[in-house]
Design a protein around this ligand. Structure first.
Ligand SMILES: NC(=O)c1ccc[n+]([C@@H]2O[C@H](COP(=O)([O-])OP(=O)(O)OC[C@H]3O[C@@H](n4cnc5c(N)ncnc54)[C@H](OP(=O)(O)O)[C@@H]3O)[C@@H](O)[C@H]2O)c1
Length: 283
């Protein structure tokens, strides 16, 4: 796909994998909306990317993706300003260190990592459908396999048996299940969608995580991928022509990979869609 003048939306765009995804889109001439929660961090990232790429087609839109109110406002701003969307990369994510609920009463990891991409994508679907070859790319993780162990569709918010790793794993499993279900629901449209594991990448992700996860990231950091390498599969899935036939699939290192079996279980993915719609006020 030639990205010149394509409209791309990237969440979590000021840091790590998201920032490098924006850099590559900008290098290829796309107009990129950088969705960020902190104005200062967003401005710094944008200035760096404009200076490095010489491309000025970058715009910041602020939203705290933990809050559905902010996501609705963000979607409204996007749909009022643009008449279509070519690429949406749902990249923003967190690793928490304890169970916390948002002011809207939803477990925070699920809210940011799964419900935010679910709600934002749904609110932007009409605009995505207007693009001739629209892509929705959802950044998941191999840690989804931990979420798949004893997965309980009735305990998505882990009101029982919470652990930070389990919450992260469940949310990343939801990314793959959502992608699978979205592909089914949009199969007669111009939209294709993919999920991916970016590799183990040297970023800020573990900064607010448990001490164990921080320690793992600290000790493993010299062996981890650069954020640029971590962005490669997101960019590939957003732009390659030869992936369309793999609509709805999970990727690693630019290749299709088998996720945990339940991630493609049609009955469960439909149930997850319905539960997510209820939790986000879409049903
Ligand atoms: N790093 C890895 O090894 C790895 C492995 C597998 C999957 N992933 C996935 O890759 C994605 C990107 O993570 P990363 O490694 O690049 O980490 P990162 O450097 O921490 O980037 C995460 C981005 O998400 C943003 N974000 C977090 N909470 C937000 C909220 N409530 N509203 C809006 N934006 C929010 C952050 O903004 P702030 O800067 O303001 O916090 C930041 O821009 C995540 O989905 C993560 O699960 C990463």
């Amino acid at each position: 796909m030639n990205l010149a003048n394509k409209l791309c939306i990237v969440t979590g765009a000021n840091s790590g994998i998201g920032k490098e995804t924006v850099r590559e889109f900008a290098r290829q001439g796309a107009y990129v909306v950088m969705v960020c929660r902190n104005e200062e961090r967003a401005r710094k990232a944008k200035e760096e990317l404009v200076a490095d790429t010489g491309h000025s087609g970058l715009e910041i839109m602020l939203a705290d993706l933990a809050l559905q109110h902010d996501i609705r406002e963000l979607a409204q701003n996007i749909t009022e300003k643009f008449d279509h969307i070519d690429i949406l990369v749902n990249n923003a994510g967190i690793m928490a260190d304890e169970r916390e609920e948002t002011i809207e009463g939803i477990e925070k990891t699920l809210a940011i990592n799964h419900l935010a991409p679910f709600l934002l994508t749904n609110l932007l679907l009409d605009h995505l459908e207007k693009a001739p070859d629209a892509r929705v790319v959802n950044v998941s993780s191999e840690v989804h396999r931990m979420g798949a162990r004893n997965f309980d569709i009735d305990n998505l918010q882990l009101k029982e048996n919470y652990s930070p790793t389990r919450a992260y794993g469940v949310s990343k499993l939801c990314n793959i299940m959502f992608t699978h279900e979205l592909a089914k629901r949009t199969k007669d449209t111009s939209i294709t969608t993919f999920s991916l594991h970016p590799g183990v990448v040297r970023t800020q992700l573990a900064e607010d995580a448990s001490w164990m996860m921080k320690f793992f990231y600290w000790i493993g950091s010299p062996f981890m991928r650069s954020p640029k390498s971590g962005a490669a599969t997101s960019v590939y899935l957003a732009t390659a022509d030869n992936v369309i036939s793999q609509n709805g699939k999970y990727f690693r290192n630019k290749k299709e990979s088998n996720p945990a079996a339940i991630a493609y279980d049609d009955e469960l993915t439909t149930q997850l869609w319905e539960k997510s719609a209820a939790l986000t006020g879409l049903s």
